[in-house]
Design a protein around this ligand. Structure first.
Ligand SMILES: *[C@@H]1O[C@H](CO)[C@@H](O)[C@H](O)[C@H]1NC(C)=O
Ligand SMILES: *[C@@H]1O[C@H](CO)[C@@H](O)[C@H](O)[C@H]1NC(C)=O
Ligand SMILES: *[C@@H]1O[C@H](CO)[C@@H](O)[C@H](O)[C@H]1NC(C)=O
Ligand SMILES: [Cu+2]
Length: 384
């Protein structure tokens, strides 16, 4: 009798708990840092944007199942609307594809450069807006807290292949690991996992990947009819959900990234990977947790719909890092205008512009530094 009552009480408690995942060290840091955001806003009012009006971007499994379905429907809707870029990119068949085109065209400018974080912030904001204004989505861009699923991505709410997931793993086909050329052994290879073939489960099982490949990590993808990768090349979505890669995205890596790097140069360098030291970084680590095609392809990775949750986490980690010292870090940039400074270029600055090709621009980098009031108040969000 007693034990039955206890059991009922525990079940009730479980039912009231908000999510199945306890906060990790990064979640706790973010929560404990909100007082710094409040102090900063008190000293630097941002007009209409304050902590009451700010949008909340949430973690995938903190959304209700209905909210996840609403997000998925909006992405499928974007994949069904006609492209605005098919004149310059014959492979672009949908509004979703337009974003892949823009990423491909600007890959060399927006990675390993000053613009890596600011440009992807703009890119995410515009995509979130498209889901809302063109597809009637009433929520906001969710993020993927890597730590939650790193031990077992295949059985996670993000990738379990259910109708409330972002679709599952690919079927197994033998495939090579992912080479990391400048890294010393054994870090010069991300060992392959149990997928590699077409995704056959979940909401995106029928989607057509149209653009690319341009830098494939699988060897048997049909080449694009155009050398620039923008031709029409319809094929299935492929994944190789990979714990070997996820292992460098656990909360202790992210926590160390945020708390051990005092300036943008080191924060960004550690985040993007120090391959010559055998450190893949959380950015590449997250991309290759998904792997396959197009997620494993540097140029066209946004063509896997889960890209957007990965980069929302990247943006969140930048935000948490900024919040630790807003006065300084809302202005802190580093690197040059070109990927790994190749070809050599000058340092990028707050006064340099960003754009989304035909979709949007120009936006000063300065306007992308703050999630609370950037772009004249059009950026007004936090992560919870
Ligand atoms: C996938 O395509 C099949 C066959 O056309 C269809 O029956 C099914 O409903 C589609 N599923 C999704 C999730 O789009
Ligand atoms: C994170 O934890 C793992 C497992 O304990 C460990 O191997 C790794 O070195 C840690 N990484 C950092 C950056 O502390
Ligand atoms: C460019 O940035 C580097 C590293 O942050 C710095 O040492 C150098 O002085 C900068 N160059 C100019 C011209 O500002
Ligand atoms: Cu990118």
């Amino acid at each position: 009798m007693l034990s039955n009552t206890l059991w009922a009480a525990m079940a009730l408690f479980g039912g009231l708990a908000t999510a199945g995942y306890p906060p990790d060290v990064v979640d706790k840091l973010a929560k404990d840092s909100m007082s710094k955001v409040k102090d900063w806003l008190a000293k630097n009012p941002q007009g209409e944007c304050n902590l009451k009006t700010a949008i909340r971007r949430k973690e995938w499994s903190d959304l209700t199942k209905n909210e996840r379905k609403e997000y998925i429907s909006a992405v499928l809707c974007l994949q069904s609307k006609p492209s605005k870029m098919s004149a310059e990119a014959p492979g672009a068949k949908s509004r979703f594809d337009d974003y892949v085109v823009v990423h491909l065209q600007q890959t060399m400018r927006n990675h390993g450069s000053t613009f890596f974080l600011p440009w992807h912030r703009l890119y995410l904001w515009h995509y979130e807006n498209a889901l809302r204004t063109e597809c009637g989505y009433t929520g906001y861009q969710p993020y993927w807290n890597w730590d939650r699923y790193a031990q077992d991505p295949i059985n996670s709410p993000l990738f379990d292949g259910s109708d409330t997931s972002m679709s599952g793993n690919g079927v197994f086909v033998p495939h090579p690991g992912i080479g990391v050329p400048s890294a010393p052994p054994p870090f010069n290879m991300i060992p392959p996992a149990q997928g590699g073939g077409c995704v056959t489960t979940g909401p995106f099982r029928n989607m057509s990947v149209n653009i690319g490949p341009l830098a494939p990590t699988l060897t048997d993808i049909k080449p694009n009819p155009q050398p620039d990768g923008l031709g029409y090349n319809p094929r299935c979505l492929r994944r190789d959900l990979n714990r070997n890669s996820a292992a460098v995205t656990t909360a202790n890596y992210t926590y160390s990234l945020i708390t051990s790097n005092e300036n943008m140069y080191w924060f960004q360098t550690v985040m993007e990977g120090q391959f010559d030291q055998g450190k893949w970084g959380v950015h590449a680590g997250g991309h290759h947790t998904v792997g396959g095609d197009p997620a494993g392809d540097f140029y066209v990775s946004p063509g896997d719909p889960v890209f957007w949750l990965h980069h929302a986490m990247i943006d969140r980690v930048w935000w948490i890092w900024q919040v630790q010292d807003l006065e300084k870090r809302l202005k802190d940039l580093s690197h040059t205008m070109t990927m790994n400074n190749s070809p050599p270029s000058r340092n990028g600055t707050l006064e340099d512009e960003n754009n989304l090709g035909r979709l949007y621009g120009d936006v000063l980098t300065r306007d992308l530094m703050s999630t609370l009031g950037g772009m004249g108040g059009r950026l007004c969000y936090i992560y919870e």
